[in-house]
Each structure stands twice: as structure tokens, then as C-alpha cells.
Design a protein around this ligand. Structure first.
Ligand SMILES: [Zn+2]
Length: 649
């Protein structure tokens, strides 16, 4: 069943505020099967994600702001205003976008907490950006100013439209949280300039990095201005028609090889492909264009089936940060850029809202716990850019004052030449509550399990208020107390993860079995107590044998967590290359990880070449208790080698 939330254009109320603005969330589609709830309606009060939201506020956001000042990316805007940017500019061509992503993170954080000091910091950055905007709305610190290349002279690599996309997403966060301020004015002026310049009769180009498409659709949803939606469609229709130059990686790198609806699977640069998919779903939803939604869903499904790592990570090519072929998923060469994880969550979330398929929340959970949570260090002051599933060489600790040449970091680094990932983590953590639950005509769907409160108003105006208490994922028990419920019929739907064989739901003392993807409780009255119990025993996971790189290996998972072996846990710091595991003995739970029956072998030191007789390489072997820890925590105890997939022989 599809509900109309707001048709954007017609729903403008006399004061100019559209109903869609009232959803304090990054995605608020005009029509949806499941409706998002704003971050003002869901509060995460603690636990795994509450802790990370606090870390985001206390450490990650301030760290990012400090580094952006330090490397001069914020000052680039000042330099445009005083006319010196052509000689003094620092950072890569897309560095403006990192400042905008920080503003988006701050905006959601202010919406979440009402932090007035953070509001002051945001406003001071916005003033500096405002001073760099040209009278016609153009805004960029790398192009179009004195002693710089002219505007839009390098659509393949220039990222000007991409930067506007992030500026617009920050502005949408402001509008949705009730602010119509300078940041919104700057973004709307820039968006108008884009429509004037790249409209049907204008420059017939697209950006080498998709992102503006999804942003323009959301700006339309937030403001009701239809030309933003039209411009998004223009960009989407132009994509795949070779308006960009061919490059060494081929036009598939920026998805300009074939039209969006003609593709079978996601290909090329992973973040580009996923941002484009998000925009294509957004625009198609507003146009009631179900063939395009179905085409993107097919592509994304096939990508999940054949081009996605166990962690939910995507992208197996380092040289072009791209998807590999089907089943080309080497764990040691996994690229799995943190941003690709964030972008995959964006696509999964949009598909969940439009199709109502709760299995997409499994994908979101997997990616949140094993990609997004893996990026920041315990202190929130260093980050992973790439997320390999096998580290062969222990890394060197990063100098906390040094900028890392991005993906090469084998340990988390404080900052990168290309620092797209840290602010992407920050904005995702700040907006996290929106992914916890949805609503529809019938009731509420609980998608992610975190302690806190949920408040939904059903279509007939009746309120549902839920209190959730849980230690998940340390423990599989989730207790939902119905604080307020409709007098009439309603449903509470609990997502059951695909791995949760044997899950049960207890309603006021009555226990029943629950199966993936969901279990529905009918007409729970106020004060009802519903207890979901998910099996959290460690479990073996094997891979499709067509993923050659991990054939003959197993991984261990526990609840939503992928576990891994780290050399710091091996006797004498032995190397993870020398590990084997005995899959006949089940792994035992220990803490939030596990212990399995392992074997460490001693390589034959006399071997002169690595190819020969089957029994030539191993001199000795001995049994060990093999500790396995959550992947998201790896490398937090200093340099180590690590592997997720462990050979069985
Ligand atoms: Zn990134």
C-alpha cells in the first residue's frame, strides 16, 4: 500500500512550510510504502549506537572541524572572498564538499541535541562560505575565480556539481530541522544557478561524480520547488550517454557508459554508482516511475548477491575504487571504502521505504556494524578509509599530526589527502535514529535494535509510543514496552534478521517462534511487554564457492557482527597466515566475540620455492584456542595482522 505524504508542490501551506519539511530526516519521499520517522521522534538512549553518537558529538565532529581548519580547506572560502585563492588554495578539487558534509553532520547533531555552541560554530563556517558565493550563485574554491580554470571546464574530474550536492544535503538538514537560514539561502541560490546553467537548454553535461541528483530531489521535497526535481531528472536522463570523456578506467567508472535503466549490476567507482542509484530511486519515486525503481532494485540485488563482502563492504579494486566482476571479492585486496558503505546504506534505505521490504534493514545493519562502526578509532580521532577483510602486513602507527595519503593507511589515520570518509561517518552517526523504525497506515516497524524511545503518529492521528530496552548486540534480548497504543487495530512489526534461526517473540508471557524477515504483533495494548529473543551464539559462515578467493575457508559471525582473528591474540604474536580452524568444533561465545579451535602451523623454513609437493610446506602444527573479536574493533590494540576468512585445512 502506498501512502502519499506530500506532493511537494501542492502541499505548500500558507506560511510556505511544506509537510515534508516536518520530517526531521535526510530522506522524506513524497510517496512511500514505509514512512521514515524523524530524529525528533526516535531517541537512541545508549548502547552500541548511543555510545557512538556521543563519540561523534564529543570527538569526531570537533576532530573533523579542527583538521579542516588546519589543512586550509575552510580557509579556501576566505581566500575566494579576498581574491587570493588562485595562489593559496589547498586540498583536492572536491575539498569544499568535506566542509559541507561536516555542516550536514553538525546540522543533524544540532537537530538531535539542540547544542547551541555547535550552532554558533556552524553559523561561523556558513558566514565564510557565504562570502565566497558569486552573485549568480556559483560557489567553488577550485574553479571560476581569478587565476583558476574556468567554471565547468572539467566536468569529468572537477566535482563542482558534486560539491553542490553536499551543500544542498546540509541545507536540507537545516530546513527539515526548522531553520530557514543563511545556509539554506546559499544552497537554494546555488541550486537555482545549476538549473539555469545545466537545464534542458543549457550546458548538456553531467558531473563526473554523481551526488547532486539525490540532493536536488531532496531539496525539491523540502521546499516544494519543482525545478529542482526537473533538474535532477535532466541529469539522470543524460547519464550513460557519453557526455563525459572516455578515461583510462572507461566510462563505466562514472556510469556514463550506458543509461541507468539499462544496467544489470552496479559497476565502476563504487561510491559514484551507489550515489547515482540513490538519486535514481529518489527521482523515480517522485515520478511514480516503477520501472526505474525496479531496474535499480535488480541492479542493487545482484550487487548484494555477487559483488558485496561479508561485512556489507563494496568495491574490490584499489586502482579505480571500483566494483570488480561478479564474485571477484578477494579479502586482502578488498577496498570497501567507508563511503561506499555509507552510500550502500543510502540505497538500501530508499529501497526499503519504497518497496517495504524489511530485508533491506538487514543490509543496513550489516553495513552499519561492520563498515561504518569499523572506521573510527575508540577515541574518534582516527579513521579507516578502506576496510580490507585480511591484513597481511602489520601497519605502522600513524603520526597524529600527519596527513595520510588516504587508502594506504593500514591502521586508522587522523586525516587524509582525500578525507571523504570521516565526515560521511559523522553525518551518518548524527542521523542514525531515523534508520531505527518506520511507520505505515497499519502501525510501526522496528528495524534496528537500540535502547531508546519511539513516537509515531499513525495516519488517523493516533499515537504509538514505544520504550525499547536492550543490550544488543552484546545480548539478543530486546524488550519493547508499549507506552501508548491506538484504541483500534494496529500492528507492531519486528524485523527478524536472516541469520536469526530460532528467534522467538514473547507477548505478555505468550511465546511464539519468529522467522525472517519480520514478525508482526497485533493490537498490543498500552503497557504490553514484548520480548524479542535473537540467537546470539557464534555461527559458522561459508561463502558461495564461486568466490574463489575464500574457497576452503570459514568465517565466524555473532549476531550482526562479523568476527576476525588478530595476530595480537596469537601465541607469540604469530602471523594470521599460519592459521587454520577446525569447523567440526563449534565456536564458543566469549565477551562480544568467540573462541574457536584453531591450529597454528610452523612453515618449513627449508623451502626454496612456494610451489611443489603437497606436504612440503608445513614442518609442524599445534592446536590453539583461537580468539575471535568483532571486526569493527580490529587494529584498536596497535599494529596487527588480521583475517576474517580462515582456512579449514
Ligand atoms: Zn570516502
Amino acid at each position: 500500500m502506498t501512502h502519499t505524504v506530500n506532493d511537494g508542490h501542492n502541499a505548500t501551506q500558507p506560511d510556505g512550510v511544506t509537510t515534508a519539511r516536518l520530517t526531521v530526516a535526510p530522506v522524506a519521499p513524497g510517496t512511500a510504502t514505509l514512512l521514515p520517522l524523524g530524529i525528533d521522534k526516535i531517541r537512541i538512549s545508549g548502547g552500541f549506537w548511543g555510545h557512538r553518537q556521543q563519540l561523534n558529538r564529543d570527538a569526531i565532529i570537533p576532530h573533523i572541524a579542527r583538521w579542516q581548519e588546519r589543512v586550509g580547506w575552510t580557509a579556501n572560502f576566505d581566500a575566494v572572498a579576498n581574491g587570493t585563492v588562485g595562489h593559496t588554495r589547498s586540498g583536492r578539487e572536491f575539498s569544499d564538499s568535506e566542509v559541507y558534509k561536516l555542516l550536514e553532520a553538525m546540522s543533524w547533531e544540532i537537530a538531535r541535541t539542540g547544542d547551541e555552541e555547535l550552532e554558533q560554530r556552524l553559523q561561523s563556517i556558513v558566514e565564510r562560505i557565504a562570502s565566497a558565493q558569486q552573485p549568480d550563485g556559483y560557489l567553488n574554491t577550485r574553479f571560476g575565480n581569478a587565476d583558476q580554470p574556468s567554471r565547468y571546464s572539467d566536468l569529468e574530474w572537477g566535482h563542482e556539481l558534486y560539491c553542490y550536492g553536499h551543500l544542498i544535503q546540509a541545507a536540507v538538514a537545516r530546513i527539515r530541522s526548522g531553520h530557514h537560514d543563511r545556509l539554506v539561502e546559499i544552497a537554494c541560490k546555488a541550486a537555482d544557478h545549476v538549473c539555469d546553467t545545466f537545464g534542458p537548454d543549457g550546458l548538456a553535461g553531467v558531473c563526473g561524480h554523481p551526488e547532486i541528483e539525490t540532493a536536488l530531489v531532496e531539496l525539491y521535497r523540502a521546499t516544494g520547488v519543482r525545478r529542482y526535481l526537473r533538474q535532477a531528472r535532466v541529469f539522470l536522463d543524460r547519464r550513460g550517454r557519453h557526455s563525459l570523456q572516455d578515461i583510462e578506467f572507461g566510462r563505466s567508472y562514472f556510469q556514463d557508459d550506458i543509461p541507468i535503466a539499462d544496467a544489470q549490476v552496479l559497476r565502476g567507482h563504487a561510491v559514484r554508482a551507489l550515489y547515482l542509484s540513490a538519486g535514481a530511486v529518489d527521482a523515480a519515486v517522485e515520478a511514480d516511475d516503477s520501472p526505474t525503481v525496479e531496474a535499480v532494485e535488480r541492479q542493487y540485488q545482484r550487487t548484494l548477491q555477487r559483488r558485496t563482502y561479508l561485512t556489507g563492504g563494496m568495491g574490490s579494486h584499489h586502482q579505480d575504487e571500483a566494483f570488480g566482476d561478479d564474485f571477484e571479492l578477494p579479502p586482502d585486496r578488498a577496498y570497501c571504502e567507508t563511503c561506499a558503505g555509507v552510500a550502500s546504506i543510502m540505497v538500501a534505505w530508499r529501497l526499503l521505504l519504497t518497496t517495504g521490504n524489511l530485508a533491506y534493514a538487514d543490509t543496513i545493519e550489516r553495513t552499519l556494524y561492520n563498515v561504518v562502526a569499523a572506521s573510527p578509532s575508540t577515541e574518534g580521532t582516527a579513521f579507516f578509509y578502506t576496510n580490507p577483510l585480511h591484513q597481511r602486513v602489520a601497519g605502522q602507527p600513524s603520526d597524529p599530526d600527519e596527513v595520510s595519503p588516504r587508502a594506504h593507511a593500514q591502521l586508522r589515520a587522523p586525516w587524509f589527502e582525500v578525507a571523504c570518509c570521516p565526515p560521511n561517518v559523522a553525518r551518518t552517526l548524527a542521523q542514525l535514529a531515523t534508520y531505527v523504525a518506520t511507520t505505515n497506515r497499519d502501525g510501526v516497524q522496528l528495524l534496528q535494535y537500540a535502547p531508546g524511545t519511539i513516537h509515531a503518529s499513525l495516519e488517523d492521528g493516533q499515537d504509538v509510543r514505544l520504550d525499547v530496552s536492550t543490550r544488543y548486540p552484546d545480548d539478543g534480548e530486546v524488550t519493547v514496552t508499549v507506552v501508548a497504543a491506538p484504541r483500534d487495530r494496529w500492528t507492531l512489526t519486528l524485523r527478524i534478521p536472516s541469520w536469526a534461526d530460532g528467534a522467538t517473540v514473547e507477548v505478555d508471557g505468550q511465546v511464539s517462534r519468529a522467522q525472517a524477515p519480520s514478525h508482526t504483533v497485533h493490537d498490543a495494548a498500552a503497557d504490553s511487554r514484548i520480548v524479542l529473543r535473537l540467537p546470539m551464539e557464534p555461527r559458522w559462515t561459508t561463502a558461495d564457492p564461486r568466490i574463489d578467493a575464500v574457497r576452503g575457508t570459514v568465517a565466524v559471525e555473532r549476531g550482526p557482527l562479523v568476527l576476525c582473528a588478530e595476530s595480537v591474540d596469537l601465541p607469540g604474536g604469530a602471523d594470521v597466515q599460519a592459521l587454520r580452524i577446525d569447523p567440526k568444533q563449534p565456536p564458543r561465545p566469549v565477551g562480544d566475540g568467540a573462541v574457536a579451535a584453531g591450529v597454528l602451523f610452523v612453515p618449513n623454513g627449508g623451502i626454496e620455492q612456494p610451489y611443489g609437493r603437497l606436504d612440503a610446506y608445513i614442518e609442524d602444527a599445534y592446536d590453539i584456542e583461537l580468539p575471535l573479536v568483532p571486526y569493527h574493533r580490529w587494529a584498536n590494540r596497535g599494529p596487527s595482522t588480521m583475517r576474517v576468512w580462515i582456512p579449514t585445512r
